[in-house]
Write a protein that binds this ligand. Sequence first.
Ligand SMILES: [Fe+2]
Ligand SMILES: [Fe+2]
Length: 190
Amino acid sequence: MDLQQVRNDLKQRLPQERYEHVLRVTATAVELAKEVGVSVEKAEIAGLFHDYAKFMDKEELHDLLKQDQEYDLYSQYHAELWHAPVGALLAKERYVVEDEDVLQAIRFHTTGRAGMSPLEKVIYIADLIEPGRKFPGIEDLRKRINGQSLEDQMTECIQHTLKFLVHQYAVIFPYSFDCYNEHVRRRKEQ
Ligand SMILES: [Fe+2]
Ligand SMILES: [Fe+2]
């Protein structure tokens, strides 16, 4: 795959700020992938595509989402989540990304899920902690995950996200609870 072509495409599709976020997520994911022994090539592709569909209008996203096997589930939740499955769909359609693990990493980067692969976790974590992120508590989160295993980093990240969403009285996608429960159970069993 010609990654420069993907970057040019992203630059056209996304506002500058979001494009730069994508590059930082990709760089963060590549570093983390090296640390934990995940394919750097896959981390780079998944990082670049993770927000590919982020700025499509809602109707277009909704139309594409209809091709998704979990349309019924996604359509009941906030449209903000739709860019993830649609991004995976477009990566496959337009760039012939066939690797299921890469596609799942794009697909679940906003919600997480139970049974995430190491690559999925790398993308989820990189998206949350890339150096441009400024949300309250980010410094504390970065400190807590520093030097931890990939599993423990993911536990901290999904806990952080759920706490944030609950605090906002946001409706939460069920896979995020599944992800949280799985990680907390694993920690209790240790
Ligand atoms: Fe996203
Ligand atoms: Fe992102």
